[in-house]
Design a protein around this ligand. Structure first.
Ligand code: ANZ
Ligand code: ZN
Length: 829
């Protein structure tokens, strides 16, 4: 007998234990069903789940459960993105190893995920900070190294001169050190990079292969790759034989308007170009620009700054001398690090020239401008070339080609494609990451660690109470090693890898998590990839997705996998808001999932998260909304109490023709719900409307019961059919309640192993109505037809009627008047 009151706390624990004991979510490596790989972005073990997690995992869980019921072999794994700075910060505070903090957090959050009733295959759990995982992260590093895709070069890091440590970007607050508040400067260090730029064109082009990705994400990726087509032009330096300065420009047509050459302050040639007269101001300027971030340097808001060097280049097009300046708006690592300044046709250059009294020359004429008057502002549109020697008179687009051709013939330039995408800096001067598996030997130089010596374990003989970026360097047992080549004394690389490296390939490891011989079995990966549905936050729209796409392509080119792209379909879920603002600790507007689980149960939490808005939209947390969901589930619970003694799950669907009107309608409502819910899940995962359609069915069943006293055997069949399908439709949404009701109603096994219901198209026709058919205004027939038939259909049906045919007597009607849902009048002469 069903208890009067819905008590999720009792139900949910029971089913979680049952699922775990029966291991019903274990995924076979392969079977003959179609595969479906459902993936959530794995969590960082920060300590507790937040509502964003709850939303992310609930969405993927509903998809995974639905796919399982529709006959797929579903892979739905979970793991931990477990390296990174917060653990290290916690370690310095608590003076305990970061591993301890991390693994404790994982324990707690794992139990929270289980409380939420997610259908993860826990047998495949991975954790990026454990040696059996990071061994393969290191192996991948070496694969890239061997392929020439990992290399070392100097790059700037944030440096705190007081603490004498490198700071991660997150540790710089308003340009100051987070610990001691002294001003942060830049320092050059040799660091490891991955050559993602080799894949720039493919990463751009293959976006076309991703129709299942949100357009906005593809645009963000496209902008990040930032392809520009233009030219490289070279300007000889005055007084320095054979030295030229190349520039990248998208406007070679403006080359006659160059009035300065602007170099990035860090440009290597600057000290050589600078004359004694300007040396002091140049050096001072370089020092100042070191303190600025790239964002500050390129901001259009900031006043332009710069200083002349005293040097000159020659513009090869008109042999004029052009002064060389340095200015921080020129970036060292874009294009060539040098800009030909054309104030007449570039807004930024115009401001610069105004400020420093440099000449502004008009070389592209606005077709609407009729005279030589001075430019009031930069003219940046296309036009006609003027003041440009032999090129004058050409339209600017044509000029671009002609100027580049001229430069190419005279060896002063060529066409060039430029990308904003930079190589990926993977070195981190931190302890809590995967050590870069490289050794330095005085004799043999840089040597990769041999595969058989992986993993390079993180040292544990560390004093975590010391405040330092280079804790790893304090372990002499780690640093001192033997050269893999000559066996002589050598030292280890002490940089660890960016955690984005760990998270760029984890979805491969889920497929073969226990393999200790290989990173994975390629056959298994080729069976499961691509991920059919990836779900996660928009904050990963650029870096994580770009790096994962890069890794996939690099692994494919190494012959390890077939996939070109990792993620077939991507859903970026909206945020969880409270009173219109993003939930955050600092705002104090968070809702703790644990409180909700305790008070209402996981099913209510899941239902609320799903019912409020479509998954890709923001969701506003509301206590009344949650309360409403709990009441709805209680209502379903009571419904079962009412019908428990009348239903049986293993009856077959009754033939509609054997039913009375009430039952007919109930059967139709059931099919309507199956149809609508299936469609809403298949198209865009519209779970909010799915939930409202379950409510409609529940209402229909209550309405049916209100009109009913005695139940014949066929009546019971119709009711059983409705109830059975109601539970199935609810199963992916509220898995615990569904299994409980299934069991109460005598269902076998778990409902999650049962089949998703199918609808009968013919029974979807909602209402049958009576259409009056007249001939010349006199009623001749009455037809029982489904409502909302189109005009043509009504006309056809009327003319097919035997009674009407009789009155037409073979004559063609001159006119047919149709009043939808009411009447058809056939007019004959
Ligand atoms: C001359 C010129 C004239 C330019 C003109 C524009 C308009 P995108 O489209 O983003 O690729 N540039 C080149 N290298 C630079 C660097 N290292 N730092 C800052 N600016 C740089 O931009 C290409 C344009 O950005 C280039 O075309 C160059 O300015 C500038 F009427 O060259 B242009
Ligand atoms: Zn050696």
């Amino acid at each position: 007998m069903v208890d009067q009151v819905y008590k999720p706390q009792e139900i949910e624990k029971k089913w979680q234990t049952y699922w775990e004991e029966k291991d019903i979510y274990r995924t076979p490596d392969k079977n003959d069903k179609p595969k479906f790989y459902a993936l959530s972005m794995f969590p960082y073990p920060s300590g507790r789940l937040h509502m964003g997690h709850v939303r992310n995992y609930t969405i993927t869980d509903v998809i995974a459960r639905y796919k399982k019921m529709t006959g797929h072999n579903v892979l739905h794994p979970i793991g931990w993105d477990a390296f990174g700075l917060p653990a290290e910060n916690a370690a310095m505070k608590s003076k305990k190893p970061p591993a301890e903090w991390t693994l404790n957090n994982i324990d707690y959050m794992k139990q929270q995920l289980k409380t939420l009733g997610l259908s993860f295959d826990w047998n495949r759990e991975i954790c990026t900070c454990l040696p059996d995982y990071y061994k393969w992260t290191q192996w991948l590093f070496l694969e890239l190294y061997k392929a020439g895709l990992a290399y070392k070069k100097e790059a700037a890091v944030n440096w705190c001169p007081d603490c004498q440590t490198v700071l991660a970007n997150e540790q710089v607050e308003n340009g100051c050190c987070w610990r001691c508040s002294s001003e942060v400067t830049k320092k050059n260090l040799a660091q490891w990079f991955f050559k993602i730029t080799d894949y720039a064109e493919q990463l751009l082009k293959d976006l076309d292969k991703l129709p299942g990705w949100p357009e906005k994400v593809k645009i963000m990726q496209e902008n990040w790759i930032g392809k520009s087509t233009g030219s490289e032009l070279r300007f000889p330096v005055k007084g320095m034989k054979d030295i030229t300065i190349p520039v990248f420009t998208t406007r070679p047509d403006t080359v006659f308007g160059v009035t300065a050459m602007v170099l990035a302050p860090e440009y290597p040639l600057v000290p050589d170009l600078t004359t004694d007269e300007y040396r002091q101001s140049v050096e001072a300027y370089i020092e100042r620009s070191k303190k600025l971030s790239e964002i500050e340097r390129t901001s259009t808001e900031r006043d332009k700054t710069g200083v002349p060097t005293g040097g000159y280049v020659i513009n090869p097009f008109n042999n004029q001398e052009v002064p060389i300046w340095i200015a921080d708006y020129a970036l060292l690592d874009y294009g060539t690090g040098a800009v030909m300044m054309v104030p007449g046709h570039d807004t930024r250059d115009f401001e610069f020239a105004r400020k420093f009294n440099l000449p502004i020359i008009e070389v592209i004429r606005n077709p609407e401008k009729k005279d030589d008057s001075l430019l009031e502002e930069a003219y940046i549109e296309p036009g006609i070339m003027v003041n440009s020697g032999e090129f004058s008179g050409l339209p600017s687009e044509e000029g671009k080609t002609k100027v580049t051709q001229w430069a190419q013939e005279k060896a002063y330039g060529r066409k060039k494609v430029q990308y904003k995408l930079r190589d990926w800096l993977v070195s981190r001067q931190r302890y809590w990451g995967a050590p870069i598996p490289v050794v330095y030997c005085d004799t043999c130089g840089t040597q990769p660690v041999k595969d058989k010596d992986l993993p390079v374990l993180l040292p544990e003989d560390i004093d975590f109470s010391v405040t330092s970026d280079s804790l790893i360097k304090s372990s002499s047992s780690f640093i001192n090693t033997k050269c893999p080549k000559c066996g002589g004394k050598a030292t280890r690389e002490t940089d660890t890898m960016d955690t984005f490296v760990c998270s760029s390939w984890y979805y491969f490891r889920y497929i073969d998590p226990e393999n200790d011989e290989k990173i994975f079995d390629s056959n298994k990966v080729n069976y499961w990839m691509n991920v059919d549905q990836y779900v996660g936050g928009i904050e990963h729209a650029i870096l994580h997705l770009m790096y994962s796409r890069f890794f996939t392509k690099a692994l494919r080119d190494r012959g390890l996998i077939n996939a070109d792209e990792p993620f077939e379909n991507l859903l970026t879920q909206g945020m969880v808001l409270k009173d219109g603002a993003k939930m955050s600790k600092s705002k104090g507007n968070t809702v703790d999932p644990d409180d909700i689980f305790k008070r209402y149960g996981a099913d209510t939490a899941r239902l609320f998260i799903l019912s409020d808005s479509p998954p890709d939209r923001d969701l506003d947390w509301s206590d009344e909304g949650v309360e409403g969901c709990f009441k709805y589930l209680s209502r379903i619970w009571r419904l079962f109490g009412l019908v428990e003694d009348k239903i049986s799950l293993n009856v077959t669907e009754p033939d509609i023709n054997t039913l009375n009107d009430l039952e007919k309608n109930l059967l139709r409502e059931t099919h309507k719900a199956i149809f609508g819910i299936t469609k809403d899940i298949e198209q865009e995962f519209q779970f909010n409307t799915v939930v409202s359609k379950t409510r409609e069915l529940v209402n229909a069943i209550y309405a049916y019961l209100n009109n009913k006293k005695d139940f014949s055997e066929t009546d019971k069949k119709a009711l059983s059919f409705a109830m059975r399908n109601l539970i199935k439709l609810l199963a992916p949404l509220v898995p615990h309640l569904a299994d409980e009701l299934w069991a109460i109603a005598g269902g076998e096994d778990s409902i999650h192993l049962s089949k998703w219901p199918e609808y009968n198209k013919e029974l979807l026709i909602a209402d049958v109505i009576e259409i009056v058919v007249q001939v010349n205004g006199k009623v001749r027939d009455k037809l029982q037809l489904s409502s909302d038939l189109p005009r043509e259909e009504l006309e056809k049906k009327a003319l097919e009627s035997d009674k009407v045919k009789k009155f037409l007597n073979g004559k063609q009607p001159v006119k047919v008047i149709v009043v939808p849902n009411k009447l058809v009048n056939v007019v004959v002469k």
